[in-house]
Design a protein around this ligand. Structure first.
Ligand code: ZN
Length: 237
């Protein structure tokens, strides 16, 4: 199967969401990632009709396709804290609603952090989190993308096995995809600075998750050294 790789960027939505598309166009790219609201706040953001209209118009005008959103960093589907889980659920529903209104195709989510309750419990909570969203929202056209993590602290998703357990542990598995973050993967202990090692990693993605599920690659630089988070991506904690 032939696969196309589009180079894009995360652009700022300062001054209006459509500005992120405009900035993407100025950079000469066709794939844009943005935040539809402040990523470090629980505060919701209600879209105005005019805002939706100009976003959709500019998306067509500049030919930006796909558009990817990244949910708030505070959303934690693996949390055992009831209040955080409720807030995360509400924030996720609101984010999906915005994506649907704006015609955004992909929504990136961090699998979350179990905060000491263990990986199995955390993964169970994450699958329940998504099941509840689908139960309440029914038809959703935006694809939810699970991002690979660096394995710091109690975060889930630093191994491909963990991502696969979430992805294939839900009823509507087909609606979940994968985002490979090279900074996280490098910090988790994978030497990806040469072609051979990189190809090996992609082979492993294919074996464990399925390469067809890989929709986004975050090309981020790493401040941390290779393996500094003390975990191997293929090992279990
Ligand atoms: Zn992320």
């Amino acid at each position: 199967m032939k696969r196309t790789l589009l180079l894009g960027a995360h652009t700022s939505a300062a001054g209006g969401l459509e500005k992120a598309l405009h900035r993407g166009n100025q950079l000469g790219i066709k794939a844009v990632q943005l935040f539809t609201k402040n990523a470090n706040s629980w505060r919701d953001r209600h879209l105005q009709e005019k805002e939706i209209e100009s976003f959709r118009k500019e998306k067509i005008q500049w030919g930006i396709d796909p558009v990817i959103s990244h949910v708030s960093y505070l959303v934690n589907p693996a949390s055992g804290d009831k209040e955080i889980r409720e807030k995360s659920h509400k924030a996720m529903v609101a984010e999906i609603t915005r994506c649907e209104a704006l015609g955004i195709q992909y929504l990136i989510v961090h699998p979350g952090s179990h905060r000491g309750d263990g990986k199995d419990v955390g993964i169970q909570r994450i699958t329940e989190f998504f099941e509840r969203i689908w139960e309440e929202m029914n038809e959703i056209s935006v694809s939810i993308i699970l991002e690979s993590m660096a394995g710091q602290g109690t975060s889930i998703g630093s191994t491909f096995e963990e991502i696969a357990r979430i992805m294939y542990g839900v009823h509507r598995s087909i609606e979940l995809a994968f985002c490979f973050d090279i900074c996280h993967i490098f910090a988790a202990g994978h030497e990806i600075r040469n072609r051979k090692a990189y190809e090996e990693i992609l082979e492993e993605v294919d074996k464990v998750i399925g390469i067809h599920r890989l929709k986004v690659i975050h090309l981020s630089d790493s401040k941390k050294e290779c393996g500094s988070t003390g975990m191997k991506i293929s090992g279990r904690e």
